[in-house]
Design a protein around this ligand. Sequence first.
Ligand code: DQA
Length: 138
Amino acid sequence: MKILIINGPNLNLLGKREPEIYGSDTFEDYFAKLQFKFKDVELEYFQSNIEGELIGKIQEVGFSYDGIVLNAAAYTHTSVGIGDAIKAVETPVIEVHISNTHQREEFRHVSYISPVAKGVILGFGLQSYDLAIQSFLE
Ligand code: DQA
């Protein structure tokens, strides 16, 4: 089972960025915990602040991997291109968010990912990623 976690813009700053919303762990530390927990899964991680790189990565793995766990961050609310990329590939995508975006500003209530994702997990902090991986193992 091969799963790629993709994080979008500003998620490279996890640990430092608005810790009251996103917590104080870095994603690298959390990813190491996920790798330890899901030893039988080939887990990979990619982060970019650039929309086209996120689309390129979805295209690159989207015909061979078993699952993509995607936190498109701010592009969630704006990117027709990422939504189209998800539609174009075969690999199922689970949309995740650390925060419950529906409890936040109105512009975060819109998602271009949700209509094309297999499912959506949000509001569980970093545990959202763990739950998404588990959903692929069921
Ligand atoms: C986020 C929510 C988005 O609205 C925001 O732009 C992010 C992070 C989350 O994980 O809670 O960067 O995707």
